[in-house]
Design a protein around this ligand. Sequence first.
Ligand SMILES: Nc1ncnc2c1ncn2[C@@H]1O[C@H](COP(=O)(O)OP(=O)(O)O)[C@@H](O)[C@H]1O
Ligand SMILES: [Mg+2]
Length: 380
Amino acid sequence: MYLSIRGVSLLFDPNPKTRRRDLFDRERELEELEKSLESKIKLTVLLGIRRIGKTSLLNVAVKELGKPCIKIDAGIFKIEGYTMYTLYRVLANGLSRLMGRWRGLREFLSRVKGLRVAGLEVEMSLDEEKPSLIEILGRLDEWASKNKEDVLIAIDEAQNMRFLKGGYGRLDFGELIRYSMENFDNIRFLVTGSEVGVVMDFLGLENPSSPLYGRPSNIITLRRFSEDFSRNFLKEGFKEIGLHPEDRFIDKVVDTLDGVVGWLTLLGYRCYQLRRVDETLLREFVNYAEKLVEGELKKLEALSPRYIEVLKAVANGYTTWSDIKRWIEQREKRLLPSSIVSRVVIKLVKLGYLDKRYTPRPEYMIPDPVIRKVLATKSM
Ligand SMILES: Nc1ncnc2c1ncn2[C@@H]1O[C@H](COP(=O)(O)OP(=O)(O)O)[C@@H](O)[C@H]1O
Ligand SMILES: [Mg+2]
């Protein structure tokens, strides 16, 4: 799955982008992100729904700044389990890579108890002797301070780190960041999250009783492309792959996929694979995208069927809080306490499945067009 010509990746390349020239637009957001990472602010949070371009932006910023960086894709915990074993394995890899580029680090890292440097590889004990994360950060900070650098710890889809939290031998990540922010001048954190409120919760930026509350941080939110931008994105992308769809087709795509760049990219890639653009293909693509989304929604439903009912209410135009409550009550054929409905709605906003808008009265909407359509039309 790679779409490039002579090393330049094209707009419809389905992998996350890594260079500025591969990105369509996002100049303002990129500048904001880079500025934040170069500032004294030690924590930057990049938010946005799935497929909106967070990983791409993170990649580009990290690459352009050229700072020493440990990148952790926290999606790995979903796959391999939320264990400290995985965390240490990922960390060891990240440190090895860092050392490969900044040779002087070796001397600092080899002083960490429980950590051994063999050649350019970091090895770690995993028993009682396992290295302290604070000590690792401390040594990185020392090295950075000596070299007038700062080290960036970039954690993609950080909401997955929350299950590493609490209990014996586990990790309170918010506390770790707080400690680092207070004690180490040369360590910066960048975290992204598509479960928007979950990341905020887990970092505790808005919760007075949590460790990071009130600490200076920058929050950057990635939004959907406007209709015009989506249209231009598609036109440019199609031009790159030598296809020339009619305006009507482009309009239809923008109508259906609504400025979520990841969906636009995947559709373009599909057209590239089949070397054609027509409405049948769009319909088939939407079917395929719906299947993807149905899988995601099934997981949500397993947590609680009410999540799906609330989303269905909104997809069917029941967009205010009292509308939603009424819909659920009719479905369940009983009156429900407000607190139950509130809890579900708030959780869905946190997970990024719902957005709250003021029009000017508060209303809810589903930001992902494919999810919206699945819920409005399918009986899940
Ligand atoms: N600004 C952009 N220009 C071109 N393609 C993009 C842009 N942002 C994202 N993409 C593409 O959209 C898809 C989803 O992007 P990604 O960065 O993985 O999103 P997220 O991390 O938010 O889920 C990828 O195929 C990526 O190549
Ligand atoms: Mg991503």
